[in-house]
Ligand binder design. Structure first.
Ligand code: CLF
Ligand code: SF4
Length: 525
């Protein structure tokens, strides 16, 4: 696959036509987009890897404990979704309405659709059990803004009862321009828009129809209207100071070469982050793409497109494509603990002081993690060698290497070089350990999932997987158990480089890896 790097602000809607519409909008607030610093290995950037030194105090306040908007925060803070929005106003070829919204959620039937009252009760129950839950998102199972009554009523009631919880919503953008004032009124600080194209010719291969202006519109006309509404909505949010994240589904052969253009177009309109996600298209989900054989990208293809967007809108790389009723840290799903039956039995004690105290402890841990990373960088002798490689990490959260290899349901992937260790993604796997014994049949699929990595850092590992990983050329490393991830990755890397330098080993590039589809659903089954 070729990915062009051409910067293109050539989106379909002309800025002059947007300007005419904009003139009727409210007085603009300062744009909320990040600063212009560039990301790179070992260097903080605006967007998901930014720290307090990279952002204005107001923006940092909004992102510091939002697990999707801050990569660092996602190790420590949780989000939850409430499934109050069942309807949708468009059709995407990667979606089957029996399943969660594929653009924001892993396919799998939403276990329970909730009324706003049930949703608020659930949020308060979760907040009293999980003090690190800081964000409520509404992300389906349809489109949040195609169900405005239920969506805004949920936010309004929650804001009254739990004002410290950040409010977040996800939309396809069709209804967005009509809803910006309500979004502002409800104090919703974070909005995700799924934008897969800025050219209706590309769009008509993704969207068979939309429902707009009391009628169903098909073909290129549907894609044109959707595109214009998405761009207008994004600009309106930027002008009102609301942080926006753009989700794009990477569909090989359809929009893979086009997403660089999308990235440039959304950056020009003030998007804070761009999240390029792999298409999920297993045939059993019953989507058009799944049934017609449209494949998702490999890990390398995904990374190539993400890397080609460097210099444009800042990228989020830690998305877990979570369910519309997900609860917990990204990558874990505790929704089963909070079904309607179960929350009836939870004594809800929403205590702001307890939550604040817990979050202060988390902040102290984050500071220690940052200091450990800085020390590891400072003690590293920088040389001219350009070795850069990937390592997989087994972690239960907290930013530490603290998961047994056999218990990992995902591995976090870091790109490590002389300048630092940067999170670039994750790979879902089935547990190797099945209740006390190793499941050898799982091992090849785990190796396939991290096949592009030179090492896997784990809290602990058994002899059998250790040997098989080594045979596949992936070094199993357990000597950094309980250490902070970046520090551990850098220390291992410097040892690796020394071994290369003294001729003990030869550095070789690794191959591609498979992105596992639907693994969370499989694990939960
Ligand atoms: Fe939910 Fe989305 Fe808000 Fe996050 S998820 S509405 S911004 S609180 Fe996050 Fe989940 Fe990825 Fe979405 S990991 S699918 S980006
Ligand atoms: Fe499905 Fe979401 Fe697309 Fe609507 S916007 S069709 S719910 S993926």
């Amino acid at each position: 696959m070729q990915v062009t790097n051409a910067a293109a602000n050539t989106s379909y809607v002309s800025l002059s036509s947007l300007k005419a519409k904009r003139d009727v909008l409210a007085e603009p607030a300062p744009a909320a987009s990040g600063c212009g610093t560039q990301g790179g290995v070992g260097k903080a950037s605006c967007g998901s890897q930014a720290g307090p030194g990279d952002l204005s105090p107001e923006v940092w306040e909004k992102v510091k404990n939002h697990p999707c908007y801050s990569e660092q925060a996602h190790h420590h803070y949780a989000r939850m979704h409430v499934a109050v929005a069942p309807a949708c106003n468009i059709q995407c070829h990667y979606c089957n309405r029996k399943y969660d919204c594929s653009n924001e959620s892993r396919p799998g039937v939403v276990s329970q659709k909730l009324t706003p009252e049930q949703a608020v009760r659930k949020v308060l129950a979760v907040a009293s059990v999980i003090p690190q839950m800081t964000v409520l998102g509404i992300a389906g199972p349809g489109d949040a803004l195609a169900n405005p009554g239920r969506t805004f009523e949920t936010f309004r009631m929650l804001q009254e009862q739990a004002p410290d919880i950040k409010l977040c919503l996800s939309t396809n953008g069709l209804a967005l321009p009509d809803m910006v004032e309500q979004i502002v009124h409800c104090n919703i600080d974070h909005v995700t828009i799924t934008i897969n194209m800025v050219d209706p010719e590309v769009g008509e291969a993704i969207y068979p129809w939309i429902f707009h202006g009391h009628r169903r519109v098909t073909g290129r006309e549907a894609a044109r209207i959707l595109h214009e509404r998405q761009m207008l909505g994004l600009e309106m949010l930027t002008r009102r100071g609301i942080l926006t994240k753009i989700n794009s589904v990477l569909i090989p052969g359809v929009n893979d070469q086009h997403l660089v253009e999308v990235n440039r177009a959304v950056k020009a309109r003030g998007a804070f982050l761009h999240n390029i996600m792999p298409l999920i298209s297993e045939a059993e989900h019953g989507t058009h793409y799944g049934l017609s054989g449209q494949r998702g990208p490999t890990a390398r293809e995904l990374k190539q497109v993400q890397d080609a967007c460097a210099g444009g809108a800042n990228l989020m790389r830690h998305c877990r494509q979570c369910r519309a009723d997900a609860v917990g840290l990204l990558g874990e799903d505790r929704s089963e603990e909070f079904t309607l039956d179960r929350i009836e039995q939870i004594s809800v004690t929403y205590d702001l002081a307890v939550r604040r105290e817990y979050q202060q402890r988390v902040e102290a841990e984050r500071t220690a993690q940052d200091q450990a990373r800085q020390q590891a960088l400072a003690s590293a002798a920088v040389d001219a060698e350009a070795i850069k490689l990937l390592v997989a990490v087994a972690t239960k959260g907290g930013g530490r290497v603290n998961q047994h290899f056999g218990h990992a349901s995902e591995f976090q992937i870091y790109e490590v070089g002389a300048g630092g260790a940067v999170f670039i993604g994750h790979r879902r796997v089935d547990h190797y350990c099945q209740g006390g014994w190793g499941e050898d049949e799982q091992l090849p699929s785990i190796v396939q999932a991290i096949n592009d990595c030179h090492a896997v850092l784990v809290g602990k590992i058994g002899a059998c997987p250790r040997d098989e990983l080594a045979a596949a050329g992936i070094e199993p490393v357990d000597q950094y158990a309980q250490e902070f991830i970046e520090k551990a990755a850098l220390e291992w890397f410097h040892g690796y480089r020394e071994r290369v330098r003294c001729g003990e080993i030869i550095h070789r590039a690794r191959g591609d890896a498979a992105i596992r589809q639907g693994a969370l659903t499989a694990a939960a089954a």
